[in-house]
Design a protein around this ligand. Sequence first.
Ligand SMILES: [Zn+2]
Length: 160
Amino acid sequence: MAKIKVGFGFDVHQLKEQHPFIMGGVNLQHTSGAYGHSDADVLLHAICDALLGAANLRDIGFHFKNTDDRWKGISSLVLLQHVMVLLKEKGWGIGNIDAMICLEAPKLNPHIPAMQANIARAAGITEDDISIKATTNEQMGFIGRQEGVVAYAVCLIEKI
Ligand SMILES: [Zn+2]
């Protein structure tokens, strides 16, 4: 049996009114959006951290410093492509990714197939190997007040 490892990732971003909202590489066209140094794609950041963690390659802040102008406003799909290069250098390929987004609004279900397609293309995997789920926070806490958005991801990697 090939050697396998698991990884876990978490990310959180503030929501600001009249700000673009990019999630899984999809522009959500909402009244507010996630704020951060890159495109603030909370889903992709959690996935990148899960992949880096599984391969014991530190974390997203280590590789993509938020003081580095190269990453300012960049699409996080490019960060994911870079993470895949790092994994392949260590001989790892993705088994599967499972992610969960916690957000009060807008509804994400209609956008999930497009997010899966974007992530599959950037990571060089099939859409069946990337699961994306979404839940609200039942109107509680900072997520419930629509002050922020959170994403979690786990992944399995295998020696190729
Ligand atoms: Zn982030």
